[in-house]
Design a protein around this ligand. Structure first.
Ligand SMILES: CC(=O)[C@@H](O)[C@H](O)COP(=O)(O)O
Ligand SMILES: NCC(=O)COP(=O)(O)O
Length: 250
């Protein structure tokens, strides 16, 4: 299958807010980062309003809705509080993610299959409000089928297991994870779902994922914000864009 058009890059700005919140106060400003990312060619901005507000805050989401000229992908847990916030702001996309209060980062994909009924009712008003609903899941056929059944338009495959295996030098495991991601991208695409991917991607791990023709968007944050310390945010994003485009060309 030929690569399907331009692969979109969503820049996740959560960890600009992490640095700001380390001291309180107003800088570095995630809205300024979002504007810089837009100028550097980001196709969208992703922000995760965690229940504990450890990085992005409610005011950040409000500000992003005001300043963005590219789509906002609003990541949130499937709670009533978050649903009310999403319904108030009506972002372009809502990505439902699993959350554990004590976790360091989003550890796995959402358990959709076991909560199908609840999640179907949960996402219905978000779709009616005009947001595209995406479900952040592991590369697991059962979960993809369930995401399709509940009426999600998009799935985002969690690339963390692949990236962790790669970072730890476990090449065979990384290859296995990559193969699962490839197979499940195809599987989801054949069901009619739009396929996104993200979590933990770096310059070293992005290319094989970007080469999957079914994947239409990558969401990348933590690495880019770290790299911005050395290169500046614009050049860090430009290099990611270059790697994605090269991988897409084959
Ligand atoms: C769902 C996802 O992958 C991102 O939102 C990521 O989780 C943000 O960073 P933290 O997990 O560190 O909050
Ligand atoms: N949904 C994944 C995301 O937005 C970015 O994750 P990360 O690159 O910050 O790990």
């Amino acid at each position: 299958m030929a690569a399907q058009g331009k692969l979109r890059l969503g820049v996740n700005i959560d960890h600009v807010a992490t640095v700001r919140n380390a001291r309180g106060g107003g800088y570095p400003d995630p809205l300024r980062a979002a504007r810089a990312a837009q100028e550097a060619g980001a196709d969208g901005i992703t922000a995760h309003l965690r229940e504990d507000r450890r990085h992005i805050t409610d005011a950040d989401i409000e500000g992003l809705q005001e300043v963005l000229t590219v789509p906002l992908n609003f990541e949130m847990a499937a709670t009533e509080e978050m649903q009310a916030i999403a319904l108030r702001h009506k972002p372009h996309a809502v990505c439902i993610v699993p959350e554990k209060r004590e976790e360091r980062t989003t550890e796995g994909g959402l358990e959709v299959a076991r909560e199908e009924n609840r999640l179907a009712h949960f996402i219905a008003p978000l779709r009616e409000a005009g947001s595209r609903v995406s479900i952040f899941i592991a590369a697991d056929q059962r979960q993809i089928e369930a995401a399709n059944r509940i009426g999600a338009e998009v799935i985002e495959l969690h690339t963390g297991a692949y990236c962790d295996a790669y970072a730890e030098g476990h090449w065979e495991e990384a290859q296995k994870e990559l193969q699962k991601l490839e197979e499940m991208s195809k599987f989801a695409h054949d069901l009619g779902l739009e396929v996104h991917a993200g979590h933990g991607l770096t310059y070293d791990t992005v290319s094989p994922i970007a080469a999957f023709p079914e994947v239409q968007e990558l969401n990348i944050g933590h690495f880019l914000i770290g790299e911005a310390i050395f290169l500046g945010l614009g050049p860090a994003i430009a290099e990611m864009r270059r790697l994605m485009d090269d991988a897409r060309k084959g």
